[in-house]
Structure formats: structure tokens, C-alpha cells
Design a protein around this ligand. Sequence first.
Ligand code: NAI
Length: 257
Amino acid sequence: MAEQHTPVALVTGAARGIGKGVAASLLGAGWSVAITDIDESAGQAAAEELAWLCAAGGRVEFIPMDVADELSVAACLERVEEDFGRLDGLVNNAGIADPDSGPVEQLSLEAWNHWLSTNLTGPFLVSKHFIGLLRESGGAIVNMASTRALQSEANTEAYASSKGGLLALTHALAMSLGSSVRVNAVSPGWIDTRSRQQQASDPLRPVDHLQHPVGRIGQPEDIGSLVAFLLSPAAAFITGQNVVADGGMTRKMTYVE
Ligand code: NAI
């Protein structure tokens, strides 16, 4: 009989927001999860907060990592090898999530590089270092892109470019890794990453929800369940794709009547 093992995932930028929701979904599905983030105190707190989900059979541990710093990525790989001994799923989620970089004439090269180094170079560096472990397990990668890779508001050049590049990195990696490691992207629309208490005490306007064809804004678990599917054997025939999860917004005609 084949040896049973608990699958292990690493989620970058999982101290809060969508990454934390993804970690929660994976733990709930029985995975072990390495929560990584540049923010050490928030990352440690997230791991403690999610520990109750380990009842499903996995375990959770925080490991600090700055995705834009290759030495930090290499150090995180050592920790994962020591503490988990394998890797089945990588979620490149860490990012500068604020899309507004101001008028392009005033966008400094430094600011541009900050968006690109976290949102695009980060997934490249983390994938590069963890591909060896993923090849051994026949694992999968999910890159967190955005519907802003496909459509734009004004003054979002750096963010949109970083996410467009991430879609291209996704299909290029999928071809390079072929049958060894599947690589897909998820493009969320508007996800409310505030706590449930904050959402209740400071609710969004009805129109914020109702403009979405599904009638509401997204929550981190909407993305978490999709990522858990894409990392699972149920998605074994899917690679190189971008899956949009936006409540239908990018399928909506927006001409003024
Ligand atoms: P968030 O700002 O709540 O969380 C991002 C996390 O990444 C933070 O914990 C932060 O400390 C971490 N981080 C930032 N730079 C890092 C670095 N260099 N190394 C390691 N960790 C780093 O953001 P949110 O909203 O949860 O977004 C997560 C991902 O989803 C981002 O890639 C974002 O672009 C994407 N996204 C978010 C949407 C939304 O509506 N919230 C919509 C579409 C995409």
C-alpha cells in the first residue's frame, strides 16, 4: 500500500487578508500549511489564530520570508525542508495590494520597482527556490494575480503591469514544468479582507455589493476554496490557466444606458 502523507502547502503573504483565508481553507481541507510573511508579528499571530483548524489533520507554522529578497527565500526553503520535509503546494500570494500608484508622470522608478519586485519578482524567486521540492512531490503552484491584469482604472500602471507579468510567468512556468508541477493563476476581483467585525460595524454600501452579478463582494474564503481545488488532484488536468473569481464583474457590459 502507498504511504499516506499529509500534503504540505506554503502560502506567501499569509499573515492577513486573502493569504490567511487561503491558509484557513487548506488547513480545513486537511493540509499542513507554512504561513510565510514579511510581517513577523502578524504572521505569528495568524498561525496561532488558525491552529484550531489543525483538527482536520494538518499543522500550521509561521516562517518569516521577504519574497523580494533571494537570501530570505533561500533561508525559508531551509526551514521548510527541516520542519516539513516536503512541499506539495505553493501559493504565491504576497503582494503590494494597493493598486493606486498615482499619475504616471509622477511615478518614481523606485515606487515602480517596489510593486514589481514584490508582485512579480517575488513569485519568480519563490518558485525558483521551491520547484525542487514540488518536483519531488508532483505538486502545484497557484499565483495570485488580479482582474487588474485584464482591465484597468486610471493610475494603476505598476500594479496592473505586475499582475499582467504574473499571468505570463504562470503560463511560461506551466510549459517549463510540464508534467512535473502544474502552475495556475487565480485572479480575484474585489475581496473584502477586513475582519467580520469590521465588515459588520462599517458596512460597504449596498451598491458595492449589488453591482456584482452574484449580488455581493468577495470574501477571502471564496479565493481559498478555489486555490484548494487548484492544488488538489481534482485539478490534475488544469495547468497554465488563469481562473477569474470576481462575482462576474469582468463579464459585465458597462456602457452607460
Ligand atoms: P494584504 O495587504 O491584506 O496582504 C498582503 C500580505 O502580503 C501582507 O500580510 C503583507 O505583509 C505581505 N507582504 C507584502 N510584501 C511582502 C514581501 N515582500 N514578502 C512577504 N510578504 C509580503 O493584501 P490582500 O488584499 O490580502 O491581497 C493578497 C494578494 O491578492 C495580493 O497579491 C493582491 O495583489 C491580490 N489581490 C487582492 C485583491 C483584493 O481585493 N483584496 C483583488 C485582487 C488581487
